[in-house]
Ligand binder design. Sequence first.
Ligand SMILES: Nc1nc2c(c(=O)[nH]1)N[C@H]1C(S)=C(S)[C@@H](COP(=O)(O)OP(=O)(O)OC[C@H]3O[C@@H](n4cnc5c(=O)[nH]c(N)nc54)[C@H](O)[C@@H]3O)O[C@H]1N2
Ligand SMILES: Nc1nc2c(c(=O)[nH]1)N[C@H]1C(S)=C(S)[C@@H](COP(=O)(O)OP(=O)(O)OC[C@H]3O[C@@H](n4cnc5c(=O)[nH]c(N)nc54)[C@H](O)[C@@H]3O)O[C@H]1N2
Ligand code: SF4
Ligand SMILES: [Mo]
Length: 854
Amino acid sequence: MADYQEFLDSIDREAYHAGEWQWEEDGYTVTRTYHYSPPGCHTSCGVLLYTKDGKVERVEGDPLDPCTNGKLCIKCLTLAESVNNPDRLKYPMRRAGKRGENKWERISWDEAYDEIESRVKDIWETDGGNAIICVHGTGRNINWQMPFFGQAALKTPNISTFGFTGFSCYMPRVCGCIAPFGDFTVVDASQAHEDRYGNEEWMPPEVVVVWGNEPLASNADGYVGHWLVQCVQMGTKIISIDPRLTWWGVRAEYWLQVRPGTDAALACAWLNVIIAEDLYDHECVDLWCAGFEELAEAVADMTPEWAAEICDLDAEAIRGSARLYASAKPGAIQWGLAFDQQLSAMALCLAGCDLMAVCGNVDVPGGNILVHNAFECNAGYASGEDFTPPEWRAKKLNNNFALSIEGGDFVAHASSDGLLQAIEDGFPYPIKMMWIQSSNTLSCPSQDAPRVMHAMQKIPFIVNADPYMTPTSVALADLVLPVAMSAERNSARTWWTPARAMVKVASYYEAESDEQIIVELGRRLNPEVFGRWENDIDFVNWYLHDGTGSFSATTEATSQGGAKNSGKTLFKPSWEELVRDPRMLGHAYDAFNATYRKAAKGMFREDGSVGYGTPSGRLELAPALFKYWGLSTTPFHTEPPESPISTPELMEKYPLVLTCGGRSFEFFHSEHRQLPTMRELHPQPQVLVNPQTAERYGIEDGRWVWVENDHGRFKQVAKVTPVVNEHTVHAEHGWWFPESEPTAPYLFGTFESNPNNCTKAFVAGQGGVGSPIKAMVCKIYPVQEGDILPHEQIADGGNFPWYEKEPSPRQDEIERFHEALAAGMEYDVLKNQLIDPGTGKRTDLKTGKEVAAG
Ligand SMILES: Nc1nc2c(c(=O)[nH]1)N[C@H]1C(S)=C(S)[C@@H](COP(=O)(O)OP(=O)(O)OC[C@H]3O[C@@H](n4cnc5c(=O)[nH]c(N)nc54)[C@H](O)[C@@H]3O)O[C@H]1N2
Ligand SMILES: Nc1nc2c(c(=O)[nH]1)N[C@H]1C(S)=C(S)[C@@H](COP(=O)(O)OP(=O)(O)OC[C@H]3O[C@@H](n4cnc5c(=O)[nH]c(N)nc54)[C@H](O)[C@@H]3O)O[C@H]1N2
Ligand code: SF4
Ligand SMILES: [Mo]
């Protein structure tokens, strides 16, 4: 559809019931609405749901939806398979055998809520709300609901993606961008305009750098991949930076097959070329940027020749691609998960922003625009914190408090490793309950999955609210709550623009939506706050209508700094309007996101003055916030902890570089493995191996292969293919086998193919952010009959025989802490001091020195 108007003109609008949100057709009720998890996805596309007797039977794309123009990926096209799946949880259930035995008794919702209420209240009495951990996964339709619930109802500050070292998804990009720009950035593919590619101000980017991201398979972070395909059809050129050849690489002017984990060196070399060759945008740098001198000095020696050695690239290709990006007016950078999953995470994100800024590509048509949640409806991560008692809030296990990382407190989530330490060692205090809502912790997010499983066994009470019975639930849950799926919930999303609504048109046994569960339990645990909402729709309207109550749904994106709302958005749609109003029909575009050059128009600063939402009002190439956060203010490269450069001796044993987690069309993380269509298309986990590598190690296409490092091993099926080079293999993540044995130790085979047998907790980048899980080393060898399987090794010895546990940075303190407690000492958590109950003397746990009284 290179000609957008032609496409629009070709639609028979009447046949698609333009102007209606619901109608009858061939015995079906058809509803025009949006999909948003479950099952998971980061975006929300326009769907026509065909239902009969409260059951979804068919799903089609809605060509009248301007967000997606009727395109759907296979995950929405098979939605009926997912929501009607007999494997789904039908009723609340209580564990009836031991953990891992998969024995359950059906209970009523009231019994489930009673039990949760009484356990939570007991923990408040004995340990305080901070002894409860709230766990969510990635950005599904729970991201504003659950942090609010955790803080306001469970009264805990400890909310996070548990098991996920270094916040190594999205948080580095969010913080790495908010510091220099004041707001988050995405590539402008016209998505903020209702008239889309036909918009008069918009133009397609001349060049898009698709960097550590595969937008077609992942549609990640509120960004739909086919928007960029449309740009390519309109002439956009591509630079692909990826160790794997993708759809983008095939069409690229430059495909830079970077060695995994070395992108920061490449980014610094691009900056070097652009500054040394005077290719930057002088007007933008002079008028709008701060810190140029500091940046120029920092990258002065980081030449393409220097980076070429590190990145395994040709220096001329680095130079040529840098020139191409710098010459594009506009150019844009589409960054992805690989930015977060390396040790350089924060520095790399900064380098990416520096590149956008010095080339004058920020907030211009077809560049990297700065975005807010639609209509500035944004229940930030701290939206419920006023309802957590201050003494419990002070004990938030962030990187700084839990791991003593300097600065270390700029991510809103609690520190995953800090939580792991608290569970494993009871330090600085023990954990008594875990509330999981939207995470299959064992199968997917947990680095060092076996270690996390053993740790979680120590938590006395675990509740998991999920639509399916997962390995995590079988292994660890005491209560499971059946969650309603997308077509079964009334909800809304404002992750960028437009605002979109979901409407309930189906139901499944006793499954309840996340909003219903939260309101219901919230009313029991904190009636003062939750009592104002009768139901899910009231709760959603509070979110959308922010500010009508005594507290606001709008807070900053991180604890310091962050996307500040202008406070000037007066009109905000209600859920009912979003769903049914003929001007909306499920979606509404807002003016803020559709406006370019917002800094010049005074739209970023609370007082309406010209400038960006940064301390200096400029695009900060060497951000003040980085300094405040204890980070280097200029970009640099950190070599992966294990690599041909940092550990050449290890390469004899583990000669290959291992990257993992590239998304596939069929699955969202560990989801969708139950669906026959998906498994027909993608039956087994696949590891990509270059033909030369396969020959060297006796690997055959289609045969099972062990991938092993100094931590553990897992097996996947080899796909022998030249899309990766002979030094690199690329494995999938999130695999379990719902068709197999559920009970422990097998647990649906969750450990058999899990690359997180090989990833490590407590290995993180600067500021405790970023982890090197896309850049490990490994060896590969064919699976033989009779080989001992991962679950057997884990069941026998707790972990792989050659496994070594990564210590916490506070290991010494933990040991002293336990010795002191055994000797009858007391501990002051907030001061990190031991107290002798006899004399009242205090010693600092860290230094071991006596603390002067007073
Ligand atoms: N080795 C390796 N590991 C990785 C990655 C990688 O690249 N490599 N990627 C990592 C990344 S980036 C992330 S973000 C994490 C993701 O990790 P998670 O987000 O924890 O992903 P899942 O394991 O799919 O668990 C999600 C669970 O939530 C349920 N669910 C889906 N939608 C909803 C909903 O709306 N409400 C509720 N209550 N439940 C829902 C699903 O049924 C599923 O069981 O994994 C990480 N793990
Ligand atoms: N279908 C589907 N969609 C998803 C998800 C899913 O599980 N399934 N998960 C969602 C989540 S939580 C996230 S975070 C996003 C992630 O989605 P993306 O940001 O697209 O990330 P990935 O698919 O992990 O990897 C993207 C590319 O990075 C390449 N890569 C690997 N290592 C490196 C490296 O060191 N440097 C560079 N430059 N590239 C590297 C891979 O080969 C791959 O092509 O997707 C979201 N969308
Ligand atoms: S990206 Fe795919 S799964 Fe996600 S909402 Fe759109 S069509 Fe559905
Ligand atoms: Mo993610």
